[in-house]
Design a protein around this ligand. Structure first.
Ligand code: FES
Length: 317
């Protein structure tokens, strides 16, 4: 087989991928109409509030997603209510064992409840922003996750109100309401884990891509038109290739957010926008510019040798 035909075979035909079918296998139970309607309405309202349909750069939404942090912000913030409310339970148990000896624990519990409530509110904002880009079964699990977390939040607000009515800062009823809240929050946390570890929500979809130090031929240079995205394979990995003048840029063709095909996205200068949830990446260095993506796209070195465009995964693969 000639070099040219080898290179041509590296071109992968473009296919329109459907994010709904990616995330909602047909084998799953039929959705509950009410839950789906509720989710549709909620996602619409959230989208309006966070500016999901505004023109780029959609800074507020990207801030909530954690694009600036290169990490989902929600995952960080959830530690605050979890830690605070576990601490609340420990303080409450100490106070219940011996209110006289551990009178300070009642105050500690009060402060921990407040920290937990503030953290839960922040986590809710970021969580809803992430959830607004989900579909199918992961959206359903996410809705339940939100309902249980909101219930836990309400329980802790009630618990705090009861504590404020006591001079000591604590009461048996407030502690019991807190224990119930902890149980509800724990189940919500389980559902959050289900989303990430079973459904793959917000997992970096390029995490397992690997590369080689050696350049590989991709295609003849005369076949590469300017300002057009090509889907090519490098070391078995789909890569989006772009030519602008004498410059060639290449990044992973898989969107780090949920696996959308970047080579099917829209191009504005050297920035490509994912066709699924509108994350934007710089073709020059793979930087994630706009959420919901938080992880950068792996970048590829590109060169032209003997009339062939060649590429290899850039360092750190
Ligand atoms: S797959 Fe969600 S923005 Fe690309």
């Amino acid at each position: 087989m000639s070099e040219t035909s080898d290179a041509q075979n590296n071109l992968v035909s473009l296919t329109t991928s459907d994010p709904v079918s990616e995330t909602s296998p047909s084998s799953e139970a039929a959705p509950q109409p009410f839950a789906e309607r509720l989710s549709d309405q909620l996602q619409h309202i959230i989208g309006v509030l966070i500016g999901a349909n505004r023109k780029p750069p959609r800074r507020f939404k990207s801030f909530l997603n954690g694009t600036w942090l290169r990490h989902p912000l929600h995952a960080l913030l959830t530690d605050i209510p979890v830690g605070s409310w576990v601490l609340t339970a420990i303080f409450d148990i100490l106070w219940l064992i011996s209110p006289g000896t551990f009178a300070w624990a009642a105050r500690g519990a009060e402060v921990a409840v407040i920290f937990g409530i503030l953290g839960a509110l922040a986590a809710a904002c970021t969580g809803f922003a992430d959830w607004s880009d989900t579909y199918g079964s992961e959206r359903r699990v996410g809705l339940n996750h939100a309902i249980f977390n909101s219930s836990a939040l309400v329980l802790y607000i009630v618990s705090l109100a009861l504590r404020f009515t006591q001079a000591s800062g604590d009461s048996i009823i407030a502690a019991v309401v807190g224990f119930i809240g902890l149980g509800v929050m724990s189940y919500a946390a389980y559902l959050g884990g289900e989303m990430v570890f079973t459904k793959g929500t917000n997992v970096n979809h390029t995490a397992w891509e690997v590369g080689s130090d050696a350049f590989e031929e991709i295609m003849p240079v005369e076949q590469v038109e300017e300002n057009k995205l090509y889907r090519v394979m490098v070391s078995g990995v789909p890569v989006a290739l772009l030519r602008q003048g004498l410059q060639f840029y290449a990044i992973s063709a898989t969107c780090s957010h949920a696996g959308g095909p970047l080579d099917e996205g829209s191009l504005e200068g050297d920035v490509v926008q994912c066709p699924w949830h509108a994350s934007r990446f710089c073709m020059r260095d793979g930087r994630a510019l706009t959420g919901p993506a938080t992880a950068n796209a792996p970048r590829y070195d590109v060169r032209v040798q003997n009339g062939q465009v060649e590429a290899r995964r850039a360092g750190g693969h």
